[in-house]
Design a protein around this ligand. Structure first.
Ligand code: G3H
Ligand code: 13P
Ligand code: ZN
Length: 309
């Protein structure tokens, strides 16, 4: 099966009341862990690549790893640019074989966001590539964008309608209270489901994306802290809130921090238990296995996309 764009995945996810997991990839073990999990659960999956990932691993290596995963699993896999900062970055990923891109103009004034999104949509659609945009600003740290919790601006549902109609974008990331990283809420976790509902009513059948959606799994935070790390106060989005979002208009749920925590927790444990080992295959194997089981859990208990490949 060739790389797919997100059109069909999102159509089925919307109708079925589930979401597709979008996981950030940076190296071979991460690609393998995620796609092995998707294979075991017969799940469609989105592998996404940030500017930081392209810088770390190089575009061509990530492309070839994903091609290998498709050959190995025969699953519907979309390869997506995460938080594309400008038209040139999106164009480079489209020209370089990605099936989906995000243009993140959320930090621009509204009309600039519309203009750059329209330009990316025109280029991408001519080449069969789908486009995600963002409206509203998430709290936390994104690639080259730093928004404090107090500055986070929730998405305005009426603006979302105008934005989608004018840009022709395929999906929209919205701000309803999630944020990137492992420290998401100052107090009680709270998401603005009223905004999600209003957007769902005004844009029927239109796929919404949730960034900053790691649950910051307590077992991995505990593991990190138990084996010499220090992450006091780490807190993510509760699973039941993500399941509720997936049953509404949310068709794509982004996860990166949980992958980092699972790998780091397993590697810390490995070294604590085997302080004399130094073969990378020895500590990267449990890291890949732990990540795989974590992703299986997400697919089944958060996304609900198991069996939908
Ligand atoms: O939203 C950002 C993703 O977690 C990617 O993070 O830019 O450190 O690769 P990164
Ligand atoms: P987390 O930091 O919650 O994993 O969010 C990742 C994300 O939104 C990538 O775009
Ligand atoms: Zn994001």
């Amino acid at each position: 099966m060739p790389l797919v764009n997100t059109t069909d995945m999102f159509k089925k996810a919307y109708a079925g009341g589930y979401a597709i997991g979008a996981f950030n990839v940076n190296n071979m073990e991460i690609v393998q862990g995620i796609t092995e999990a998707a294979k075991l659960e017969s799940a469609p999956v989105i592998l996404q690549v940030s500017a930081g990932a392209r810088k770390y691993a190089k575009h061509v290596y990530l492309m070839k790893l994903v091609e290998a995963a498709i050959q190995d699993t025969d699953l519907p896999i979309a390869l997506h640019l995460d938080h594309g900062a400008d038209f040139e970055t999106c164009k480079s990923c489209i020209d370089g074989g990605f099936s989906s891109v995000m243009i993140d103009g959320s930090h621009f004034p509204y009309e600039e966001n519309v203009a750059v999104t329209k330009k990316v949509v025109a280029y991408a659609h001519d080449r069969g590539v789908t486009v995600e945009a963002e409206l509203g600003r998430l709290a936390g740290i994104e690639d080259a964008v730093n928004v404090s919790a107090d500055d986070a601006a929730f998405t305005d549902p009426d603006e979302a309608v105008d934005f989608v109609r004018r840009t022709g974008v395929d999906s929209l990331a919205i701000a309803i209270g999630t944020s990137h990283g492992a420290y998401k809420f100052k107090g009680e976790p709270r998401l603005r489901f009223d905004i999600l509902e209003a957007i769902g009513e005004r844009l029927p059948d239109f796929p919404i994306v949730l960034h900053g959606a790691s649950t910051v799994m307590p077992e991995y935070v505990r593991m990190i802290n138990q084996y010499g790390g220090s992450m006091p106060g780490a807190q993510g989005v509760p699973e039941n809130m993500l399941r509720k979002a997936a049953s509404m208009a949310v068709c794509k749920i982004n996860v990166d921090s949980d992958l980092r925590l699972a790998m780091t927790g397993e590697i810390r444990r490995y070294f604590a238990e085997h302080p004399d080992h130094f073969d990378p295959r020895q500590y990267l194997s449990p890291a890949r296995d732990g990540l795989r089981e974590m992703v299986r859990h997400k697919i089944v208990h958060v996304m609900g996309c198991n069996g939908k490949a």
